[in-house]
Design a protein around this ligand. Structure first.
Ligand SMILES: Nc1ncnc2c1ncn2[C@@H]1O[C@H](COP(=O)(O)OP(=O)(O)OP(=O)(O)O)[C@@H](O)[C@H]1O
Length: 823
């Protein structure tokens, strides 16, 4: 059954404290009976037993169990062989203290592939009954006495009907009466299988063993069949044999009879009193009462040695409840799926303190989600975060504000048209829908684009503009409008609500939004012919900064009132309400007509030049008008004059092109430097957030690291306290992969519970934060995706952090793990 060939094992090999703990040992052990390894403490019995049982490795030699070699093999293979053949009984029981007696035994059946609950129940019950512990089956193993626990351990060893039982000092931690009962049980088992026993109690060995192998300093010094003693001289400390006591006395007084037995004379004055039928005893010192609950027993007889009849009673019926043709083969106790279910179950059993520790995981998840949403938020640059102008624009510097340069740029290949400035225009959105909101207005800011470049396919809602003063606004523009929240006063919060809405510019007829586009740029599509008037009425912010002329001229504030000076406007806009009184309408550049009320002034005669300047040039009066509007004092010039002045107000030009990159090349060929707006704006944005990004990334990274370290430390410390459990499971045959699955299941369960709560809390808070401000929105991404990323991150880390300590322990043999946890 078991064969050893020249087995050697050392501890601390090649070191000063080397121990040759198995010294060239060869043995052949039979199929049945008790074979006892006997030797002094430290002689190497346990080590030899562990080597035979596959719990420890040897340095050389071979060990065969049931014909299969268990040395120099992968641990998984060794586990398979020992699971199928060997049941273990340990000196310190090695039970799972927090599991029931039943579960402690049932696990051994599950490991050899029995899944049928009914069979498991029957078989476990049978074994528990056989070892006399059935009544305690639902108690936790930790709640039992030593003798009871060893019975459970024996039941666990025998329940799978192994061919070999290995018992390492099974009675070492038991009192004498339990020792006998357990040994009798073991003796019973050895009838049809091999029991390999380690003990240092010579009398026990000689009474029960069929063969005794004596060991000294790792070497077999004798190996003999045992002529079994027919009796065991084993005094039981808890029994007092009255007839063997040297002093015996009998007294009878007042109807009370007292028998005194003593193994030596004592000085003791005992008083007995009887009152009202009750007996009172004063011993004047120590005494022990013997009743049905005490361990001590008084036996009214002589001591006689125990004889062999104690274990000649019935043997186990191993076939009871075993499935027919059953062959023990290792099966995983944990499948990838049920390990998670078991993980949840084991969390439920956590003590309150340990459950409280889970709050730490929740907090870690909160921080982790914050960090991830921040990192994703910063790294994920959205077009809306940085785009200020339509993506087709190329900016060309025009420091000289030269109209010739504008012309040159417009004439470049691939250029569609040129507008001065950065193309940004701001319309006013009146909110006079209600009486109460009549004084309110919002601002619609976007990049002005010619309608001829509006692609019908990009129309999100409404229709293509057909008439003058109809415009199409892009969703991105409306999004910014909504972010200002001004529209909410009149419930203007949805894209489509803009259809049909009027927007205004000072001094110009109102525009109607007829369509909403979705072209990924913050564009406002207007007729190209209206560019000049729009730019004059609503110059981009830069115009105000760059204009070095008289701001009063041609510039109108948002409210439409002239800011100092006199308004200069395009004659075409007003010609319907004007009448030329004398002279002629403006026809050439810088020609101007003024109200006829000025006709008498010397400085305002026809042919005189006047300020304000347009495009840096004084204007020449060519006529007088009368106006339908009373008191009107606007100066009217040609549209082209206004256009020139528009150029004069800006140090840059926006050139529209369907292929901006190529346009830049073409401009370069003409000696003009252009930059693609999209690229420039993106770069500027990325640069502006880069500094914030660095600190944020470091901060987020630190937060993430701290939370992950916390998780690691918690998992590690909780694992350290469970090394013993791992040692036990490995020792009774659970394979490494099952240990991993067991812990992975718990870690997944912990992660699911804590990360869901933590991420949920933070998701809720941050969701409200980002919907509160678009600034936070660009910094944090709160989405199911980031939640998912965070969860996966935590899960992966938890698994790594949690399984790392498992892996370090798993490199050791079961015997090494047990030795470590015993310390
Ligand atoms: N993991 C170990 N590392 C180093 N030395 C060890 C280790 N385990 C056991 N030893 C030493 O090896 C020798 C044999 O130990 P072992 O436990 O096999 O003896 P034993 O005969 O079973 O003793 P006992 O009856 O006290 O249990 C002892 O000197 C012990 O100190």
């Amino acid at each position: 059954m078991i064969r050893l060939e020249k087995v050697n094992k050392y501890f601390n090999r090649h070191k000063a404290n080397q121990i040759h703990v198995i010294d060239n040992t060869s043995l052949e052990l039979p199929e049945s009976g008790i074979v006892t390894l006997l030797g002094a403490s430290g002689s190497g019995k346990t080590t030899l037993l562990n080597a035979i049982g596959g719990l420890d490795r040897v340095n050389s030699g071979s060990i065969f169990v049931d014909g299969q070699r268990i040395t120099r093999r992968r641990s998984g293979r060794i586990d398979t062989i020992r699971n199928a053949n060997i049941g273990y009984i340990f000196q310190n029981f090695n039970l799972m203290d927090d599991q029931t007696v039943f579960d402690n035994v049932a696990v051994a059946l599950r490991m050899v592939g029995i899944r049928n609950r009914e069979i498991i129940r029957k078989r476990v019950h049978y074994c528990l009954e056989a070892v006399g512990i059935y009544a305690q089956r639902n108690k936790n193993a930790g709640a039992l006495s030593g003798g009871q626990r060893q019975r459970v351990a024996i039941a666990r060893a025998i329940v799978k009907n192994p061919k070999i039982i290995i018992a390492d000092e099974p009675t070492g931690n038991l009192d004498s009466s339990n020792t006998l009962e357990i040994m009798n049980l073991i003796k019973k088992l050895s009838g049809d299988r091999l029991v390999l026993l380690v003990t240092h109690e010579e009398n026990i060995a000689e009474f029960y063993s069929d063969r005794i192998i004596r060991i000294r300093d790792g070497r077999v010094i004798s190996d003999e069949e045992n002529e079994r003693n027919s009796t065991l001289d084993y005094q039981l400390e808890n029994r007092i044999y009255l007839k063997d006591m040297p002093v015996q006395n009998h007294m009878n007084s007042q109807g009370i009879s007292v028998d005194v037995y003593a193994d030596r004379p004592v000085q003791s004055a005992i008083k007995l009193a009887v009152r009202g039928g009750n007996l009172f005893i004063d011993t004047g010192g120590q005494f022990s009462v013997i009743d049905e609950t005490s361990d001590m027993e008084l036996i009214d007889d002589h001591y006689s040695a125990i004889d062999q009849s104690v274990f000649e009673s019935s043997a186990f019926d191993y076939s009871a409840c075993l499935p027919e043709n059953f062959r023990a083969r290792y099966r995983s106790v944990y499948t990838p799926l049920n390990c998670i279910g078991k993980g949840f179950a084991s969390i439920r059993k956590f003590r309150t303190l340990k459950k409280l520790l889970l709050i730490g995981f929740v907090i870690a998840a909160i921080f982790a989600f914050y960090a991830v949403s921040h990192i994703v938020g910063i790294l994920d640059v959205q077009r809306g975060d940085f785009m200020k102008t339509d993506e087709h624009y190329v900016t060309v510097a025009n420091p000289g504000k030269s109209a010739a340069l504008a012309k040159k740029a417009a004439a470049t290949k691939d250029a569609a048209y040129v507008i001065p400035g950065n193309s940004t225009v701001t319309f006013t959105v009146p909110m006079n829908d209600y009486y109460q909101t009549a004084s309110l207005s919002g601002q619609l800011q976007g990049s002005m684009v010619s309608q001829e470049f509006l692609d019908k396919d990009r129309l999100y809602a409404g229709e293509m503009p057909e008439k003058s003063h109809q415009i199409v606004v892009d969703k991105m523009v409306l999004k910014s409008f909504f972010a200002q929240k001004t529209g909410s006063a009149i419930g203007l919060t949805k894209y489509r609500q803009f259809l049909g809405r009027r927007v205004t510019l000072p001094g110009l007829k109102a525009y109607t939004v007829v369509g909403i586009s979705d072209c990924g740029s913050p564009s406002i599509f207007v007729r190209k012919s209206q560019f000049t008037d729009i730019l004059a009425a609503a110059p981009s912010e830069e115009a105000q900064e760059n204009y070095d002329g008289d701001l009063g001229t041609g510039y109108l504030s948002e409210t439409g009132t002239a800011e100092g000076g006199t308004q200069v406007r395009n004659y075409d806009l007003a010609k319907g309400s004007l009448k030329i009184k004398s002279g002629h309408k403006p026809e050439k550049n810088y020609e101007v007509i003024v109200n006829s009320s000025h006709s008498e002034e010397d400085k305002m005669k026809i042919g005189k030049t006047i300020t304000p300047k347009m495009n840096g040039r004084k204007l020449t009066i060519v006529g007088y008008y009368t106006s339908a509007k009373e008191g009107e004092d606007t100066y009217y010039v040609t549209k082209h004059t206004v256009a020139l002045d528009n150029i004069h107000k800006q140090k840059k030009l926006s050139v529209y092109s369907e292929d901006p990159e190529t346009l830049v090349e073409n401009l370069a060929a003409k000696g003009l430097t252009g930059t693609v707006n999209f690229n420039r704006e993106k770069e500027a944005y990325v640069k502006s957030v880069r500094d914030a990004l660095k600190t944020s990334l470091i901060l987020a990274g630190i937060i993430l690291l701290i939370s992950l370290i916390e998780i690691y430390l918690m998992l590690r410390s909780s694992f350290l306290s469970r090394i013993r459990e791992v040692g036990i499971l490995r020792a009774i045959g659970l394979k490494k992969r099952d240990i991993y699955r067991k812990f992975a299941g718990e870690i997944i369960a912990i992660t699911v519970i804590t990360a869901t709560v933590g991420i949920g809390i933070m998701y809720y808070m941050m969701y409200h934060l980002v919907s509160f401000s678009s600034y936070y929105k660009s910094l944090y991404t709160v989405s199911p995706l980031t939640a998912g990323i965070t969860f996966l991150l935590i899960l992966v880390f938890n698994l790594l952090a949690g399984l790392l300590p498992v892996a370090t322990v798993m490199r050791k043999t079961p015997a090494q793990i047990l030795a470590r946890s015993d310390i």
